[in-house]
Design a binder for this molecule. Sequence first.
Ligand code: KIV
Ligand code: ZN
Length: 509
Amino acid sequence: MDKVIIFDTTLRDGEQTPGAALNIEEKLEIAQQLERLGVDVIEAGFPISSSGDFEAVRRIAREVRRPTICALAHANAEAVDRAWEALHGAQKPRIHVFLSSSDIHLVHQLKKSRGEMLELARDMVARAKSYTPDVEFSPMDATRSDPAFIYQILQAVIEAGATTVNIPDTVGYTMPGEFSRFIKSVFQEVPNIDRAVVSVHCHNDLGLAVANSLAAIEAGARQVECTINGLGERAGNAALEEIVMSLATRKDLYNLTTGIDTAQIYRTSRLVSEVLGFGVQPNKAIVGANAFRHASGIHQDGVLKERTTYEIIDPKAVGVTGQSIVLGKLSGRHGLKRRLEELGYKLSDEDHDRVYLAFKELADKKREVLDRDLEAIVGEEMRSFTEVYHLDHLQVSCGDKSVPTATVRLISPTGQVLEDATLGTGPVDAVYKAINRLVGVPNNLIEFSVQAATEGIDAIGEVTVRIEGDGKTFMGRGASTDIIVASAKAYMHALNRLLTAREADKKPK
Ligand code: KIV
Ligand code: ZN
């Protein structure tokens, strides 16, 4: 059966989601999970854009061996060279060169003629080809470009060595029928198209990214560029999980396969959501909390009699497992280990010990520990970040007739005990003011959100914050049954990341 190549760009276009910022360890963790998921290509970053991106691509290229690792470069000699510098340790390296092709971009942004664009595209593909046989080219804003010019560009870049030609709907402008006709025309009008894989890259500005990608596949495209949870610039990119499950569920229609292990989808979605700090909307297809919940009595009755009456996908197929064991305070290490393994976590003995202690602490407070609680615990205990300041103690007093007061004790990087107490407009404000006085790092809190991991009054509260400091954005997360403690942990997480980035920037490159 014909195969569709799944090109994941969560670490590149997904990281262009406003407010997203990942450190190298986090990118590596996501890349390793994408490898388990079975994606064919990981676009790991845009090396010329920052030293952090360069280093992340370099690490992923060395440590993630099965998929092709791709680095993005705009059509510029230095960018192509830098992409190769980051990639050359990869088992299967790919350089992805892009350049705008629409008159809107050429006239207003690049101030280049079509002829200049064509020459530059050809030269930069040839340059990339001198480094690696696997070269992709994207005429940016292709769907708003003159189709005749696109055919000309594709022919030229294939001649120069491109092995994948990608048609980006950069601003999410096209419609499914129209895009399908465009892709078909590419096969008819580009004489050497049989020497390259035709790929598509759809944005979701009109909510059509997945529909357009599927229309392109029907028209013959055999690579789709997509992201986990549909993250990406503006309204995002086509969601990987939706494309893969559409192809799997409607195999009767498409007769196509992918290399994706669909049982890893839910786990990957959770990881990306946790690490990037962007929750998944409850009604999101495939991975939303309500995707397999049935509220109406008629639907419940049908599903209880025969699951397929109202479910087109078996939740287990995407890794949403039923609660087979209820964990509580009497559950032992083995029960916890088994449940974590069922959820897709493979922890070292040392990590398991830490998670087990946190689980016991929670089980003392909560009658039943559910999967989402376990995910919150693992997220909290395992997230790799350097702790510069440690939150040692927190006490808060508040109420409708009192002024919120917080006492905070931190341990500094040199082991010094730092303590302060402050008043605030609310308990979280008081805590954050006390922490700020102790750490002394100027920053702005730009986002604060709190969410219950599960239903019930004893649920774990998950707090996500974003702060701005040193001209960058840093995300922090904290989880606890006490939301003030979760808020303090989230803030400390973000501040520690800011301090770690500051130290890294000071090091000679
Ligand atoms: O949306 C776009 O056009 C892109 C290109 C770099 C492929 O992300
Ligand atoms: Zn894009």
